[in-house]
Design a protein around this ligand. Structure first.
Ligand code: SF4
Ligand code: SF4
Length: 389
């Protein structure tokens, strides 16, 4: 389980890594600067375990809920192959995370397999998040050869009508299913990702059944975070009560299906997990609850971060806060020293009911939703019905 963060909030402006100091540190001065920082590293307990890397912003689809509002592009300023290699070298000095190659559509990036292979050689677990429509026999072979261990494919409806409406491209559903068949043919494990909104809430059970029938190794549900194009969908966000019911239903499915289930970016699932387990007299251990016993709700800045197509490091793709740019600062310094990451690691600093909640260490609330609603990423999660004692 996560260790308690150091209580740093009141010290942060006095340290050598205040935002102003960091901004003024040019790359040429970094070796000496890095030494200064190393002497004062404050949160050694927050081990990086996963990075989502938006290697390209362009996409061949135009999904209604897209975080990045991706279009066909091209988008200027994307990190070059060489820059990506350097960033991976830097990451390897502090961690061996899972790297999610994402976009936009990562298969549109010409050097994608070169990057995957480089990461594999560094010892990272390389996986890819794709919309599935561009998968061919040729690129599945290249995925396998470059060491990609799993792909995730998004399905937001159990049939062409509902899925294509989300994706805003006719034929997207059929093409994704064809991509899945090719992945299966070459024994490339795949998981299904589903973003839940009011439009498909009633279809979630069917999508889960379809994932099982297709042979997916996992089904991950994402609760819509209204940023990017999803902002226009604010009225599509399910209510806090439906949110609660959906997560309870998801908890119950755990005992009934064989594939791995994960509620992603639905932090209070980890509160519900504990509440339900307590009612059932169960202890939460890796033996009884698998990975759920070892993780927490919001991982942004805790064990996970996002790198944008232009190198901006963020807590996650939905929380577009500039924690530092890999073109300006070495990645380890951003991960260990960013003021925003320091804040997110200070669970006692959360506002409102999240700050008083006994589940704040295992849940944390969605910081992106808090930010969208209030402008304060430390504010309380707006879509939780729980009232702490
Ligand atoms: S802030 Fe946390 S829970 Fe919310 S979208 Fe980002 S990683 Fe997920
Ligand atoms: S109040 Fe906040 S920390 Fe507590 S369960 Fe709800 S979202 Fe999580």
């Amino acid at each position: 389980m996560m260790n308690d963060p150091l209580k740093v909030k009141n010290q942060k402006l006095k340290t050598p890594n205040s935002p102003a100091t960091l901004r003024s540190a040019g790359r040429a001065e970094l070796p000496a600067f890095a030494e200064t920082l190393r002497a004062g590293r404050r949160t050694p307990n927050f081990q990086l375990r996963m990075v989502a890397w938006e290697l390209i912003r362009s996409c061949n689809l135009a999904c209604v809920h897209c975080r990045a509002s991706s279009e066909r592009g091209p988008y200027p300023g994307e990190l070059t192959t060489k820059e990506c290699f350097r960033v991976m070298d830097e990451i390897a000095t502090i961690a061996q995370p899972v790297i999610i190659l994402t976009g936009g559509e990562p298969l549109l990036r010409a050097d994608i397999f070169e990057l995957a292979e480089y990461g594999t050689k560094k010892g990272f677990r390389m996986v890819m998040a794709t919309n599935g429509t561009l998968i061919t026999e040729e690129n599945v072979k290249a995925m396998k050869a470059s060491g990609i261990q799993r792909i995730s494919i998004s399905l937001d409806g159990p049939d062409a009508e509902t899925h294509d409406a989300f994706r805003r491209v006719k034929g997207a559903f059929e093409r994704s299913l064809r991509g899945i068949e090719i992945a299966k043919k070459y024994d490339l494990p795949f998981q299904i990702n589903t973003t839940i909104t009011r439009a498909n809430l009633h279809l979630i059970e069917k999508i889960l059944r379809l994932s099982i029938d297709l042979g997916a190794v996992a089904h991950h549900i994402f609760l819509l975070v209204p940023t990017g194009r999803g902002k226009e969908l604010q009225d599509q966000e399910i209510s806090a009560l439906d949110y609660e019911k959906t997560l309870h239903w998801f908890y119950e499915q755990n005992d009934q299906v064989d594939l791995q289930l994960k509620a992603t970016c639905a932090p209070h699932y980890y509160r519900i997990l504990r509440q339900q387990a307590k009612k059932e007299g169960k202890k939460i251990t890796p033996q009884t609850h698998g990975l759920d016993a070892m993780t927490r709700g919001c991982l942004g800045g805790i064990s996970f971060c996002f790198i944008s197509h232009v190198g901006q490091v963020q807590p996650c793709g939905y929380l577009e806060l500039d924690c530092g740019n890999v073109r300006v600062k070495p990645f380890p310094e951003i991960w260990e020293e960013s003021r925003i990451f320091q804040d997110l690691r200070n669970y006692d600093g959360y506002g409102g009911k999240c700050g008083r909640c006994e589940f704040r260490k295992v849940c944390g609330g969605c910081r992106a939703r808090a930010y969208e609603i209030s402008g304060d990423y430390m504010a309380e999660e707006p879509y939780c019905i729980y009232e702490p004692a």
